[in-house]
Design a binder for this molecule. Structure first.
Ligand SMILES: [Zn+2]
Length: 431
C-alpha cells in the first residue's frame, strides 16, 4: 500500500515540478528577451518592430540602455543617418544631444564643409540642397557657390546661369564688389562683336560711351584702347621700358627723364644714327630696296632730347602750340628719341612720299625688316599725328608683320596685343 501511495504522489508531483520549471524558464526567457527590455525602456510595439529591422542584435542590446524618447530611432530613420557612428549617437544622446544637431555633426558632407574656408552655419540648408560627394574640392566649390550666389543675387541684373562668368571676372578683379561684377558681365555682352575689346577697360568704355552716345561701339573701343578718351598730353605717364623694342612713346607715354639709347651710325645709309639692332635692320632694308630698284635713305633717325626740345620750340615759335603739337612732339614723347624710328627720304607732306615707288615698296616689305608705318592715314585722332608716309618704327619682325597685316595703329596694337592683362604670358593673343 505504502509503495503504491508513494508512486501515485510522484505521479502528481513530477508533472507539477516540470510545469513549474517550464513556466519559470519561460518567464525567465520572456523577461530576458530583447523585445521585453526594449518595451521596458519605453519603446512601443511598432517601434520595436522598426528597431528589429534597422539595428543589428548587438545594437538592439545597446538600445535597451537608451530611453525611447532619446530620438535614436528618429536618427536611424533619417537619410542622413551614419551607421558607423551608432555608438557616437548613443553617447551624445545620453549627454543630452538633440536629433538635429547629431544628424548634422556626423554627416560626412557637413564635416567636409565645416573644414572648408568660408563655411557659415547660416547657409546650411543651401549647402545641403547642393549636396555633393564629401570631397574637399566639392565642399570648397559648394561653399563658394552658395556664399557668392547670395552676394551676386543682390544685384538687379543677377542671372544664376552666368555664375561661372561672374567668378571668372572676380578672379581677375578681386577689388570689384559682387554688384559691380554682375553689372560688368551683364553689360560686357554688348561688346561681344568687338574684336579689340579689352575686359580691363570695360569701365572706361562705358564712361566714354555715356559721354559720346553718337559713337559706335567700335569707335568707343578704338578710342579707349588708344587712350584718346582723354586729351593729348594730359595724364602723361612714363612708358613701360620693360617692353624693349615694343615700347610705346606718344602723347600719353613719355620716355623716362634723361633716357639716351645706345646708338650706331647709319653712315652710308643716310643721316644720323639709330639703336644698333634697329640700325642693322634699317641697313638690311635699304639694301633689299636697292636690289628691288628703290632708293631709301635715312633723313631723320635718332633725335636727342635737346634737339627735340629745340625742334618743338621752333614749331611753337613759328606756328603756335596747337600747330606744333600736330606736327612735332613735345620733348620726351617723340619716337625719334627712342632710336627706333626713322624718317625715310623726306619729312614734308608736299613731297607726297605716299605716291612714290619707294613708299609702295616699303608698305609691302618694311615688316620683313621689323619696321612698321607708324602714323596711318585718317588716324590722327588716335595717334595724335597727321599721316606721315615717311616715318617708320622698328618693333621686330614678328610684331611688324602682324601690325602691317592688321592695318591698325600701333596705339591699338599695343593696347590689345602687348599690354592686355588678359594675355600676361604670351604678350597678346596669337591669331
Ligand atoms: Zn618722324
Amino acid at each position: 500500500m505504502e509503495e503504491e501511495k508513494k508512486k501515485s504522489k510522484a505521479k502528481i508531483i513530477i508533472p507539477i515540478v516540470l510545469a513549474v520549471i517550464v513556466i519559470a524558464g519561460g518567464a525567465a526567457w520572456y523577461l530576458t528577451r530583447t523585445e521585453t527590455k526594449l518595451a521596458r525602456a519605453g519603446y512601443d510595439k511598432a517601434q520595436i518592430a522598426e528597431i528589429k529591422q534597422i539595428f543589428s542584435e548587438e545594437e538592439q542590446k545597446a538600445l535597451i540602455e537608451v530611453p525611447a524618447q532619446s530620438g535614436i530611432l528618429e536618427i536611424a530613420k533619417s537619410d542622413r543617418y551614419q551607421k558607423e557612428h551608432f555608438a557616437d549617437y548613443l553617447k551624445d544622446l545620453g549627454e543630452g544631444g538633440n536629433v538635429t544637431d547629431l544628424l548634422h555633426n556626423y554627416d560626412p558632407w557637413v564635416i567636409t564643409l565645416r573644414a572648408t574656408d568660408g563655411y557659415t552655419e547660416d547657409n546650411l540648408d543651401l549647402y545641403l540642397y547642393h549636396r555633393q560627394d564629401g570631397t574637399a574640392e566639392d565642399a570648397a566649390y559648394t561653399v563658394n557657390y552658395i556664399n557668392m550666389s547670395l552676394l551676386y543675387s543682390k544685384s538687379p541684373d543677377y542671372d544664376g546661369k552666368r555664375f561661372e562668368d561672374y567668378e571668372k571676372y572676380r578672379a581677375k578683379r578681386p577689388d570689384k564688389t559682387p554688384e559691380e561684377i554682375v553689372a560688368h558681365v551683364e553689360h560686357a555682352k554688348d561688346y561681344a562683336n568687338e574684336k579689340y575689346f579689352i575686359d580691363e577697360y570695360f569701365e572706361k568704355y562705358e564712361a566714354y560711351r555715356a559721354k559720346n552716345p553718337d559713337k559706335s561701339l567700335e569707335e568707343v573701343v578704338r578710342a579707349v584702347n588708344a587712350g584718346i578718351d582723354k586729351p593729348f598730353y594730359t595724364e602723361m605717364v612714363t612708358t613701360d621700358m620693360s617692353k624693349g623694342y615694343l615700347m610705346i612713346v606718344n602723347k600719353y607715354n613719355k620716355l623716362p627723364e634723361g633716357y639716351s639709347p645706345k646708338l650706331e651710325s647709319l653712315s652710308g645709309y643716310g643721316n644720323g644714327s639709330m639703336e644698333p639692332t634697329a640700325a642693322a635692320a634699317f641697313r638690311k632694308m635699304v639694301d633689299a630696296g636697292k636690289e628691288a630698284g628703290v632708293k631709301l635713305r635715312s633723313l631723320s633717325p635718332y633725335r636727342s632730347h635737346s634737339l627735340q626740345t629745340w625742334q618743338y620750340q621752333f614749331w611753337v615759335d613759328a606756328h603756335g602750340q596747337e600747330m606744333a603739337d600736330r606736327e612735332s612732339a613735345r620733348p620726351g614723347s617723340s619716337e625719334h628719341e627712342t632710336g627706333l624710328a626713322v624718317d625715310i627720304n623726306t619729312a614734308v607732306e608736299e613731297s607726297h612720299f605716299e605716291r612714290t615707288p619707294e613708299y609702295a615698296w616699303l608698305i609691302e616689305n618694311c615688316w620683313k625688316y621689323g619696321f612698321i608705318l607708324r602714323y596711318l592715314p585718317d588716324s590722327e585722332y588716335i595717334t595724335g599725328y597727321v599721316y606721315e608716309p615717311w616715318h617708320y618704327r622698328y618693333v621686330g619682325v614678328v610684331h611688324a608683320e602682324k601690325i602691317m597685316k592688321l592695318g591698325i595703329t600701333y596705339e591699338e596694337y599695343y593696347a590689345y596685343y602687348i599690354n592686355n592683362p588678359d594675355y600676361p604670358e604670351t604678350g597678346g593673343p596669337t591669331e
